[in-house]
Unconditional design. Structure first.
Length: 270
């Protein structure tokens, strides 16, 4: 799979299928493979590009001087320039939606449609911001994600009641446990501080094109509760879709529903 050198580091991405372009933005702590069910379905009709965040998957470390989610938006746009793509559809889950909204605001003429999934572009509520920063401090100090922290972090991404022995749950846990010290300290922890220390762009959401935007959310999402998604949909004035039986990584907990919803939304834009 290909790489593009952006801000001096190799950004890894998948590029599959033909047709109108769909850019997929992943969640923090997950790489592009989290989109596997959607890539399989969408790439029959679209050219799907899914990138790995810095320090995730096969992407290089966090580039020097990165300070905000606006940098991630700019870097994604630079990837599109590198690939010679003028217009594209953007589907961003969690931090993918946080930088995705910023990209759409910065370059509205290039974003044909925007799907914001299980995300929130306001500031992180102070109690959770402080809590996440305390977890980052512990990970940084230990150079790993030890068992007690895995027991805290892994369940955050799934709906309550998911079988902790399920392959989805266990594979994610194993992936976090295997993260090397250097990657955690140089990329994942500092990127996490950028994500959860983000500024507020809720006041700008009215600038997005409501007809070309939708908000989707797992009905049992814990870190990004449905109330946040409904708040954003109201500010944008756009449609919203509740994904049943799904937590934060809704596209993997209810993949068929999400793939169908994305196909239906994208078909209306072409």
């Amino acid at each position: 799979m290909p790489f593009a050198t952006i801000d001096g580091q190799p950004l890894h991405y998948l590029d599959q299928g033909q047709g109108p372009v769909v850019l997929l933005g992943s969640s923090y702590l997950w790489d592009h493979s989290m989109w596997a069910p959607q890539i399989e379905v969408l790439s029959r009709h679209y050219r799907v590009i899914a990138l790995d965040l810095w320090g995730h998957g096969q992407s290089g470390p966090l580039p020097e001087g990165m300070t905000s989610l606006d940098d991630l938006a700019r870097q994604a746009l630079t990837l599109m320039d590198h690939l010679g793509i003028d217009c594209f559809n953007l589907v961003g889950l969690s931090v993918g939606g946080m930088w995705g909204a910023r990209l759409a605001l910065a370059a509205p003429e290039r974003v044909r449609s925007l799907v914001l999934m299980d995300t929130y572009v306001g500031v992180e509520p102070e109690p959770t911001r402080l809590y996440y920063f305390s977890l980052f401090d512990k990970i940084e100090a230990s150079g790993s994600i030890p068992e007690p922290l895995l027991d805290i972090i892994v369940p955050i991404f799934f709906r309550p009641g998911i079988d902790p022995q399920s392959p989805l749950y266990q594979q994610f846990r194993a992936a976090l446990a295997a993260l090397p010290t250097e990657r955690l300290r140089d990329s994942i922890v500092p990127l996490g501080r950028i994500i959860f220390g983000r500024d507020d762009i809720l006041p700008r959401l009215h600038e997005l094109d409501a007809k070309r935007t939708t908000v989707m959310f797992g009905d049992q999402d814990k870190p990004r509760p449905p109330s946040e998604s409904l708040e954003m949909a109201e500010l944008i004035g756009c449609s919203h879709v509740s994904i049943p039986e799904a937590g934060h990584i809704s596209n993997l907990e209810n993949p068929e529903f999400v793939s169908e919803a994305l196909l239906e939304f994208l078909a209306r834009k072409h």
